[in-house]
Design a protein around this ligand. Structure first.
Ligand code: FES
Ligand code: FES
Length: 175
């Protein structure tokens, strides 16, 4: 049965009416119109639906919305603000907030997407990785990204883009 719930997404609190068992993905896409996360398998197998929960990647297709009401959720749309907050916390802030997270910029620069369906989940997983490992090796990137599927085979470009983003973030922090 539908209940009134509050969820915090991309820094904003949203009042929603939903059954606590409703998959978070459905609420994000259908109620909040955040269409970064996608429905792929619905079984926690592909990663298309990934979002960050308190900074860690989760599969929103199998996460009941009632289980995340006390947590911070970040979708692809919230990555620029996440990066802005990290820079604000460091001594190296810029006057203007970034329009894109360095991962998103690297994805564009490298030309990663083909059909694009998997790419939101890929960037979310990469953001999780770079939050704990600021300079991952190629093997570490492969291990971290292992649970995400891309039917178009963009894996080599994803690896290049993550290394490029890590370097850009290091440069920004060093300013
Ligand atoms: S749609 Fe959630 S993991 Fe595939
Ligand atoms: S870019 Fe098409 S599924 Fe990954």
């Amino acid at each position: 049965m539908a209940q009134k719930l509050k969820i915090r997404v991309n820094g904003r609190v949203h009042d929603i009416s939903a059954s606590p068992g409703t998959p978070l993905l459905y609420v994000l896409r259908n109620e909040l119109h955040l269409i970064g996360p996608r429905f792929g398998c619905g079984l926690a197998q592909c990663g298309a639906c990934s979002v960050l929960l308190d900074g860690k990647e989760i599969r929103s297709c199998v996460t009941p919305v009632g289980a995340v009401t006390d947590h911070q959720i970040t979708t692809l749309e919230g990555l620029p603000a996440l990066w802005a907050n990290e820079r604000r916390a460091s001594a190296t802030r810029r006057k203007t907030p970034p329009a894109l997270h360095p991962l998103q910029q690297a994805w564009i620069d490298v030309g990663v997407p083909q059909c694009g369906y998997c790419q939101s989940g890929m960037m979310i997983q990469a953001a999780d990785l770079l939050s704990t490992n600021k300079n991952p090796t190629e093997d570490q990137i492969r291990v971290a990204m292992n649970g995400h599927l891309c039917r178009c085979g963009t894996y080599p470009k994803i690896l290049t883009a993550i290394k490029r983003a890590a370097a850009a973030m290091a440069r920004e922090r060093g300013r």
